[in-house]
Design a protein around this ligand. Structure first.
Ligand code: GRF
Length: 208
């Protein structure tokens, strides 16, 4: 049976779209069971509905960018109601806390537009440009209590050019995000991700 994915979003949802497309085309062994947004206006909600996927806004109840209290319970209830096997944060602009993380231990992923552990937090692409790195990229990682710090599942590298702007670099990275997030979900779904001593090993490869 294919893996049921719950996706948490806040905005435009281009990663959500790539996940939906690759699930629906059968390219990856998963299905999006539900999409939950902390933002009523998120275009992600429309994308999901267009694809025939249940999607709704759940009031986060606090202005601080965290998911806590009753709202956290409501998100957990919705994910359980839809019998989700894996939770994917895809541009979800809140820090998730222990209760949700422990419910989905090693069953929750995030994508970050940088080669972690460099450039955690907001505006990662701008941080990379400001630093002057020659290569940037994207990371899919398991979510732990350490924000943007959980074990790496997949990464992709892109070059940084001298005339890059935040926009051009973000676009180059995003293209890779759309490739590696569905790939990470597929690996999870096929039970190929093993955690040993705090690191992720991909079964059936030598990690190349
Ligand atoms: C992506 O760059 C992702 O890495 C970051 O937030 C952005 C979300 O974009 N966490 P989208 O909503 O998937 O288009």
């Amino acid at each position: 049976m294919s893996c049921r994915v719950g996706v948490l979003v806040s905005g435009r949802g281009s990663n959500l779209q790539s996940i939906i497309d690759k699930c629906q085309s059968g390219e990856i062994d998963a299905e999006v069971a539900v999409v939950l947004s902390d933002n009523k206006e998120a275009y992600s909600l429309e994308r999901a509905k267009k694809a025939g996927i249940e999607a709704y806004y759940i009031d986060p109840e606090v202005t601080k960018p965290v998911l806590i209290g009753k709202a956290e319970d409501n998100y957990i209830d919705a994910l359980n109601k839809h019998k989700v096997d894996l939770v994917c944060l895809a541009g979800f602009m809140r820090i998730v806390k222990e209760k949700l993380i422990s419910q989905f231990k090693w069953k929750m992923m995030n994508i970050h537009p940088a080669l972690l552990p460099s450039f955690k937090g907001l505006h990662a692409q701008k941080q990379a440009l400001d630093y002057g790195v020659r290569f940037a990229g994207a990371t899919v990682h398991f979510v732990t209590g350490d924000v943007d710090g959980g074990p790496t599942i997949l990464q992709a590298v892109v070059p940084v050019y001298q005339d890059d702007t935040e926009e051009t670099l973000s676009k180059r990275i995003l293209k890779e995000e759309h490739r590696i997030y569905p790939e990470a979900i597929d690996l999870f779904s096929k039970n190929r991700l093993k955690i040993k001593e705090g690191k992720v090993f991909i079964e059936g490869t030598n990690g190349e």
